[in-house]
Design a binder for this molecule. Structure first.
Ligand SMILES: Nc1ncnc2c1ncn2[C@@H]1O[C@H](COP(=O)(O)OP(=O)(O)O)[C@@H](O)[C@H]1O
Ligand SMILES: [Mg+2]
Length: 247
């Protein structure tokens, strides 16, 4: 499976971004600097993130803890280019995410960031194989050898022709992790990925994910409210009152 470890060709967006890019070994994979975000409500804007600072090195994993409503998902959405910050800077892999256009953020999500949600979010009309390949094909990063390896390592062999509704929750989440890793992301982000699974299944899914993350060398940012699960990652930080309270 040596071929599957080689980097896929640079996509057009990567080539155009490469020009203005700092050498990636001089910078951490992810830098979040003084990031702020409010939501509009009928009573006026409600600040959720009030100046968040965070660093993640390539190949390392970070657990983001915090009470419900503390802004964990909000921060993950900003880092993954799903939403825009009000202020501050997010720099991923040498590219400044903050200030990017919608199209640039869409390219970032397609090509560099794998995202796993608590609700799995598989495409119901696609088989396991179709779901796994979905994002990678969109990004022009599909690699059949790598997909076969993901199927094998995630314990999905023999299930490729099934549809999501024919899978258990744990199996669906393993497909969602495979889909996110199929693009060989620089960063994998996961929002309470085991939140809908029983404890034993959640542990097993996290084990598989951590093993694959080590193999790909991507960074891993996981939101959880479980200190037990958080302890299995390299570092843990807590979001409280709109800032990172402890690291
Ligand atoms: N789209 C939105 N519009 C208005 N308020 C929101 C929106 N998304 C989240 N919030 C509010 O922002 C706060 C943080 O939400 P969230 O980031 O989902 O927290 P967590 O993931 O830590 O539970 C909550 O008070 C939530 O109600
Ligand atoms: Mg959340």
């Amino acid at each position: 499976m040596r071929a599957s470890l080689e980097s896929p060709k640079a996509t057009p967006a990567e080539q155009s971004q490469a020009a203005g890019r700092a050498p990636s070994d001089a910078l951490p994979l992810l830098r979040v600097l003084n990031v702020r975000k409010s939501y509009a409500t009928p009573q006026g804007p409600v600040p959720v993130l009030k100046g968040v600072d965070l660093t993640l090195e390539a190949g390392s994993s970070l657990a983001l803890l915090g009470e419900s409503g503390s802004g964990k998902s909000t921060l993950l959405h900003l880092v993954g280019g799903l939403d825009e910050a009000d202020g501050g800077e997010i720099i991923l892999d040498g590219v400044r995410v903050t200030g990017q256009s919608d199209a640039e953020r869409a390219a970032l999500r397609r090509e560099r960031v794998g995202i796993v949600f608590q609700q799995f979010n598989l495409v119901p009309s696609l088989t396991v194989a179709g779901n796994l390949a979905f994002q990678a094909r969109l990004a022009g990063r599909f690699d059949a050898d790598w997909q076969s390896e993901l199927v094998r390592r995630l314990g999905l062999a023999g299930l490729e022709a099934r549809y999501p509704e024919q899978l258990s929750g744990g199996q669906q989440q393993r497909v969602a992790i495979g889909r996110a890793l199929a693009i060989r992301p620089r960063l994998l982000i996961a929002d309470e990925p085991t939140g809908n699974l029983d404890e034993a299944t959640g542990d097993e899914v996290l084990d598989l994910a951590l093993d694959l993350i080590r193999r790909t060398g991507c960074g891993f940012l996981m939101v959880t409210h479980s200190t037990r699960l958080a302890a299995r990652l390299n570092r843990q930080v807590t979001l409280a009152s709109g800032v990172i309270a402890a690291s």
